[in-house]
Design a protein around this ligand. Structure first.
Ligand code: 13P
Ligand code: SF4
Length: 302
């Protein structure tokens, strides 16, 4: 921690001066997550809590689509992302044209879009979802069939839990697609009794081998309530680090994978963002209006 003290102190001071808050995703490194964040959570919690922010400035310690969601829900506030290159392989896997084509191919079938997409893709959709509410969103529509994009594995994992038929797209998360069912079996052999939690962006055969699957917040809450003595979180590495810091008595087994996009955010560039008020996230108002509607519809689902 001493290595970070200078940046942490400077960020705390700058937050006061700018009337700013830092929203951090669960995949941010512990010095950000535990050191400077005012609000932490999964994508759903960050979207919900973004609507309650009273500060003038939001620094989004996470990836670009999360900053766009915060801006959609707070059009009058300044939203900063410390590194504009913090993208997402899922968001990159689909364009607005792709969505328009899907709508033509499946007329009348509602389009549910994962929040891990650009605002332009959200604008072409009927409703958004996150890993924390995907099933509830799909079932809230009261239809037999939906299109769910762009994460093929999330779509297939939700399809396994619901009676609604799901048409999927072929996008994948570059972090979660690397886990395999063999790896889980090997883990169980090497670490008897280990409880395996998997994010629903993992391939269905990995989720099938796991004891529990849920959003990053659901995984954290599983650990907090069940206190498994030995546990592995099949997700991004910082997630285990952050949850482990809250539960020093539990054994966290790692394999985990790093998200290169999440890791672009550092204490140094959060400090720089607050010093220079860069990089401001802006969304074309014609896109923002329709994209906001899709996010707000999602937030109105219980
Ligand atoms: P959560 O919404 O579960 O936090 O997931 C976001 C994400 O990017 C997972 O890779
Ligand atoms: Fe995107 Fe995967 Fe990184 Fe999450 S972990 S931001 S889904 S690439």
């Amino acid at each position: 921690w001493p290595a970070f003290a200078d940046d942490v102190d400077a960020i705390i001071e700058l937050k006061k001066r700018r009337n700013a808050v830092v929203l951090a995703h669960n995949y941010q490194t512990p010095e950000i997550f535990h050191g400077v964040a005012d609000i932490v959570g999964d994508s759903l919690a960050l979207a919900r809590k973004a609507t309650e922010v009273e500060a003038d400035v939001i620094v989004l310690a996470g990836v670009h689509f999360m900053a766009e969601t915060a801006k959609l829900l707070n059009p009058s506030k300044t939203v900063l992302i410390p590194d504009t290159g913090a993208g997402c392989s899922l968001a990159d896997s689909i364009t607005p044209e792709d969505v328009r084509l899907l709508r033509k191919t499946y007329p009348g079938v509602p389009i549910v879009t994962y929040v891990n997409t650009s605002a332009a893709v959200k604008a072409e959709s009927d409703i958004c979802c996150t890993s924390g509410n995907a099933r509830a969103v799909v079932e809230s529509l009261g239809v037999e069939r939906v299109i769910m994009l762009p994460d093929e594995y999330l779509a297939k994992n939700i399809a396994a839990e619901t009676h609604v038929k799901i048409i999927a797209w072929a996008g994948h998360c570059e972090v979660h697609e690397r886990f395999s069912a063999d790896e889980v079996r090997q883990l169980r052999e090497n670490h008897p009794g280990v409880v395996v939690l998997a994010h629903p962006e993992c391939p269905p055969e990995v989720v099938a081998e796991a004891d529990f699957s849920g959003s990053t917040a659901a995984m954290a809450s599983y650990v907090a309530t069940r206190q498994p003595p030995r546990v592995v979180l099949l997700t991004e590495c910082s997630m285990s680090d952050n949850v482990a810091a809250d539960h020093p008595g539990l054994e966290f087994i790692r394999p985990c994978n790093l998200c290169p996009h999440m890791k672009r955010i550092t204490l140094g560039n959060i400090r720089h963002a607050l010093e220079t008020m860069q990089h401001e996230v802006t969304i074309d108002p014609r896109i923002a209006e329709r994209a906001r509607l899709a996010v707000e519809r999602m937030l109105s689902v219980g």
